[in-house]
Design a protein around this ligand. Structure first.
Ligand SMILES: [Zn+2]
Ligand SMILES: [Zn+2]
Length: 119
């Protein structure tokens, strides 16, 4: 037999207030003072399992696999375009094959479309 992990998690079906488990035998609604047999509560299994997925959806968080927005919104940097002096440039970084050379940064000017690299 499974021990009740879901003890004390039921709401009053009259007023919706969370019931207080007074003892192992019965629960009581603090508002309308209605009592319920604890056995009935456990059998109903109203204690629901909240999955990680539900929490994420609730909070509007997407953890992985949704990169569409990142791809459309390119990162910007406060750097002047060497051609038209536009103060903000779009950039992407790419790791070069040779470890000695490290990372190359590609800048694109949103104003004049001038492209240049650094790194
Ligand atoms: Zn109630
Ligand atoms: Zn420019």
């Amino acid at each position: 037999m499974e021990q009740s992990r879901e003890s004390g998690f039921l709401f009053c079906n009259l007023c919706g207030t969370m019931l207080i488990l007074k003892s192992t035998k019965y629960a009581e609604c603090p508002l309308c003072e209605r009592t319920l047999d604890a056995k009935a509560i456990i059998n109903k299994k109203i204690a629901y399992t909240v999955t990680a997925e539900d929490i994420r959806r609730e909070l509007g968080i997407s953890l992985f696999g949704e990169k569409t927005q990142e791809e459309t919104e390119l990162p910007k940097i406060k750097k002047a375009c060497e051609k038209c002096q536009h103060p903000e440039l779009v950039y992407t970084t790419r790791q070069t094959r040779s470890a000695d050379e490290g990372q190359t940064t590609y800048y694109t000017c949103p104003n004049c479309s001038h492209r240049f690299t650094e790194g």
